[in-house]
Design a protein around this ligand. Structure first.
Ligand code: DGT
Ligand code: CA
Ligand code: CA
Ligand code: ZN
Length: 561
């Protein structure tokens, strides 16, 4: 399908904006803005124009005409991908804010170190923006309003954003409080925050009212507030009744409905306050969820499984699967260093691995390929392996020498086989031509799986939550090919990826495919995202035997011929 003029114009506009954020030559910045404008106003589909036609358009020279053809052929272009890699992805999202253009973004980035929407919100709430030259208190207020508005448009939160908001709320609540809802169930995206607390309602309502942008609903039993465009529901309970409330507010709704049916079959009524025996006024209350499950004759169901996808039947039979735990994870299988687009040295990565209690970390820098900044070629990879050997002499966490190779649009990889073979383990991922049709994309991924040197298919759907939809893909065929070629599928635990997601993880597991959790760390704090990956694996019903991360380094290396 040919790209529309609007799509091409948007890409040219993004290149111009990114060049400006990067502080590049103002003439190039303006050339892209102008070209975007021209394409947007063309009377004919840009896809019908020849190279000569393109260059005849005022303001479109040889260089930009070439870019336009590249964009129409691949859905993206090397220049754009280079800029996207070089620019913190949070900055690109700031451009979506009303009243915020590239020049503002550059100033916020350079002067305040703002690298995304959350940092911008923090800066505005701490009154650091009004102090900037040319900004002021009015602009600061506009920015806060634009953030709230953008979040309402953007839909669901990613887990990192949701966790930050939940901790802020819990810190403000004068008493014990627990996270419930989809956040507790480990879902990859979160609609709103749900919290259960035993704190006194009056005092808590006052505290929350003070920090909220708006109060939707307030009383003795609950309060619902809006903060930065996000909703939070807080329910009050007592220590003795906490179990039924936490169970109710954790959900899911489908799970709750089934539990009520089960209670009904035993002649009881279940709600968020406890169990009542029908035709009697006696109410049983529970301090813990476990006691509620016991009263219903079930084993306790872990929050990650509470979706009514077969777990209730298993819990009634007492046959719930043993799920993966964080303690069983021996290492992280996707980490970038300063050798490509990460910031940590190999030594710092090994030290972080030690701190996390890991036995190993698979270092997977980008291999040279289209759109990847500072990708490594075979020679640089060999140099990196030598340095890894040196670091491994003194570190207790072993660095494994891997690579993240690009799957090119035709299914070939961005590194020759000999270079792949020299690595301990190879991840192959899609980083370009995201708009291929489903059949082409599926065949492209299967070609990569069939390469005998590929061990893990990285972030299989390439989605970026709130930013880029999953690629078109026949996931069943990809899972089948992964099973046949004994290639692992990644559970990318970055909160903006969460890829594969739970349902696909479960399909893969059931077909006997091994999964590999990787945090895709580029900066130190991202190592902690391992917990998101573990939660996703649990939501996919995985036990320790389904993961590569639970194997010893020696067992992992035996996979290699
Ligand atoms: P979300 O916020 O869209 O990511 O998903 P949840 O699961 O957090 O849903 P939410 O916030 O609407 O409600 C939190 C929990 O409250 C939900 O998981 C189960 C419970 N709940 C909400 N509405 C109902 C309902 O109509 N019936 C029952 N049985 N439970 C409900
Ligand atoms: Ca919720
Ligand atoms: Ca809610
Ligand atoms: Zn990647």
């Amino acid at each position: 399908m040919a790209m529309s003029n609007r799509q091409v114009a948007l890409i040219l506009g993004e290149i111009g904006a990114l060049l400006e954020i990067q502080g590049e030559n103002p003439f190039r910045v303006r050339a892209y803005a102008r070209a975007a404008d021209q394409i947007d106003r063309l009377a004919h589909p840009v896809s019908t124009l020849s190279r000569e036609d393109l260059e005849a358009i005022p303001g479109i020279g040889e260089a930009i005409a070439g870019k336009i053809q590249e964009i129409m052929n691949t859905g993206t272009c090397a220049e754009l991908e280079r800029l996207r890699t070089a620019t913190p992805s949070g900055l690109i999202q700031l451009l979506d804010l009303t009243g915020v253009g590239p020049k503002t973004v550059r100033k916020l980035w350079m002067d305040l170190g703002v690298d995304g929407i959350d940092a911008l919100e923090a800066a505005a709430r701490n009154r650091r923006i009004r102090a900037l030259k040319g900004f002021g208190a009015k602009k600061e207020g506009e920015i806060l309003r634009a953030i709230a508005e953008a979040r309402q448009r953007a839909g669901r939160m990613n887990r990192a954003e949701a966790e930050r908001l939940a901790s802020t709320l819990i810190a403000a609540i004068p008493g014990e409080a627990w996270v419930a809802g989809s956040l507790r169930r480990g879902r990859s995206t979160i609609g709103d925050i749900d919290i259960v607390t035993t704190a006194p309602p009056g005092e808590t309502n006052l505290a929350l009212r003070r920090m909220a942008d708006a109060v939707i609903d307030e009383g003795e039993r609950k309060i619902s507030v809006m903060i930065g465009g996000r909703r939070a529901d807080i329910r009050y309970t007592t220590p003795g009744e906490c179990g039924a409330m936490l169970l109710y507010l954790t959900g899911s709704q489908a799970f709750n409905i089934r539990l009520r049916e089960i209670a009904g079959r035993c002649g009881m009524r279940l709600n968020e306050y406890g169990l009542t025996v029908r035709d009697s006024s006696a109410r049983l209350v529970f301090a813990t969820e476990e006691e509620v499950f016991a009263a219903l004759g079930m084993s306790p169901v872990p929050p990650e499984l509470r979706e009514d996808r077969g777990e209730i039947e298993k819990a009634l039979e007492g046959h719930l699967p043993a799920l993966l735990t964080r303690e069983e994870i021996r290492g992280d299988l996707h980490v970038h260093s300063e050798w490509s687009d990460g910031v940590l040295s190999l030594r710092e990565i090994a030290a972080e691995g030690e701190r996390m209690g890991y036995e190993y970390i698979l270092v997977t820098d980008h291999a040279a390929g289209i759109g990847i900044a500072h990708g490594l070629d075979a020679e640089r990879l060999e140099k990196q392996r030598q340095e890894i050997r040196v670091v491994n002499r003194t570190a207790s966490c072993t660095l494994l020498a891997g690579v993240e190779a690009d799957i090119l649009p035709d299914g070939r990889l961005s590194l020759p086989d000999a270079a792949l073979e020299a690595c301990d383990l190879v991840i192959a991922s899609v980083h370009s031509a995201f708009r291929q049709d489903g059949d082409t994309m599926t065949r492209r991924l299967i070609a990569a799986l069939e390469n005998e040197h590929v061990d893990i298919l990285g972030h299989p759907t390439a989605r970026l939550i709130g930013h880029r939809p999953p690629v078109a893909l026949d996931i069943a065929r990809v899972i089948e090919a992964a099973a046949e070629t004994e290639t692992a599928l990644e559970i990318n635990a970055s909160p903006v990826r969460m890829d594969l997601d739970d349902i696909y993880i479960r399909q893969a597991k059931e077909r006997g495919v091994t999964l590999a959790i990787g945090t895709d760390t580029h900066h130190r704090p991202e190592f902690a995202h391992m917990r998101y990956g573990v939660a996703l694996a649990r939501r996919g019903w995985c036990g320790s035997g389904d993961l590569l991360n639970t194997r010893t380094a020696d067992t992992l290396l035996e996979r290699r011929p």
